[in-house]
Design a protein around this ligand. Structure first.
Ligand SMILES: NC(=O)c1ccc[n+]([C@@H]2O[C@H](COP(=O)([O-])OP(=O)(O)OC[C@H]3O[C@@H](n4cnc5c(N)ncnc54)[C@H](OP(=O)(O)O)[C@@H]3O)[C@@H](O)[C@H]2O)c1
Length: 289
């Protein structure tokens, strides 16, 4: 299978490159390959006789997006529409990623794919618009909503991933205040990439929720992570209001992998197991995955 990966050096992109090593992969890197330049990317992609285009690119500094709605919609919505149009023209299947933040968190039980989105932030609204463009332009697409990604490459688009940020702050002896009123499912990009590899072999196109299993607050996640690496730093649980982030985030955005289970995709691990595997892979602890 010939597959283009956009954002191939991002945290999800780099794990996709690894997970798809048995395929013919064409990795693309920003800024040489910029999804906001449709003429250029059409020219490049049209020459490759691809079957699948995987787009991991996003503008996802969630708080920054509040002050930059234009850029948010350019990257997360308009560029996605342009990419979908290119995929339709050349009959490529598009894999595109969205977010748990499309929900407002009022539900308090895991969200399924049929639940109605209600975004609370500019970032979430722009990602939802991107979703609608994919769904309105294409028939052959895999649209993946996921949550709280962390991977060995780290997320430079956001400054770093959450796990590595917490570990660095602890090393520097900085006070650790962690949000305790947002319930999520942090998800390993290594596992997500493996499941994407499985999904694209099928013809079960459509919208999927794909995350690790279970749920926790960011505070609970951090506590577990430090206990797994054998450290006991002083952690202070804080609520979102006290934290003072610019963008509103859902207090509950756990996703149920309903459609994935229905088509028999391999189950994701519980989040604690995925976190341990990550810490082993990064050399923070010894053990077998
Ligand atoms: N991270 C999370 O917690 C999370 C949660 C839910 C959903 N998602 C979604 O999952 C996807 C992957 O996220 P990630 O954490 O892997 O992100 P990431 O590490 O920031 O990777 C994104 C990649 O896209 C590149 N990129 C940025 N702007 C681009 C543009 N205009 N054209 C082409 N490439 C561009 C980035 O390059 P530079 O690094 O050079 O900017 C980077 O290589 C995104 O769609 C995101 O919205 C992420």
């Amino acid at each position: 299978m010939k597959i283009a990966i956009i954002g191939a050096d991002g945290q999800l992109g780099s794990d996709l490159v690894k997970a798809l090593k048995g395929e013919k992969v064409f990795p693309f890197y920003y800024p040489d390959f910029d999804i906001t330049k449709p003429r250029q990317i059409r020219e490049i992609l049209s020459r490759l006789d691809l079957e699948v285009v995987i787009n991991t690119a996003a503008y996802h500094r969630v708080d920054e997006c509040e002050d930059n709605p234009q850029k948010s919609f350019e990257v997360n919505s308009i560029a996605v529409r342009d990419l979908a149009l290119i995929c339709r023209e050349f009959e490529f299947t598009l894999v595109h990623f969205s977010t748990d933040y499309v929900f407002d968190g009022k539900k308090k039980t895991p969200y399924i794919e049929d639940d109605t989105p209600s975004p609370l932030s500019v970032y979430a609204a722009s990602k939802l618009a991107g979703e609608y463009f994919v769904r309105s332009v294409l028939e052959r697409y895999f649209l993946i909503r996921t949550c709280g990604l962390y991977g060995v490459t780290g997320c430079w688009g956001k400054g770093n991933n959450f796990v590595d940020t917490m570990l660095s702050l602890e090393k520097e002896g900085k006070p650790l205040k962690v949000i305790n009123d947002q319930t999520v499912t942090p998800t390993s990009t290594a596992e997500l990439a493996e499941r994407i590899g499985e999904l694209i072999q099928t013809r079960h196109y459509g919208l999927y929720h794909l995350t690790n299993e279970g749920q926790c607050t960011w505070f609970e996640f951090t506590k577990t992570m430090f206990s797994q690496v054998g450290k006991k730093p002083h952690l202070t649980p804080v609520d979102s209001e006290a934290y003072g982030a610019r963008a509103r985030r859902p207090s509950y955005s756990v996703l149920e992998n309903k459609s994935a289970k229905e088509i028999g995709l391999t189950d994701f691990s519980p989040w604690k197991k995925a976190l341990k595997d990550y810490l082993i892979k990064k050399g923070h602890i010894k053990g077998e995955m």
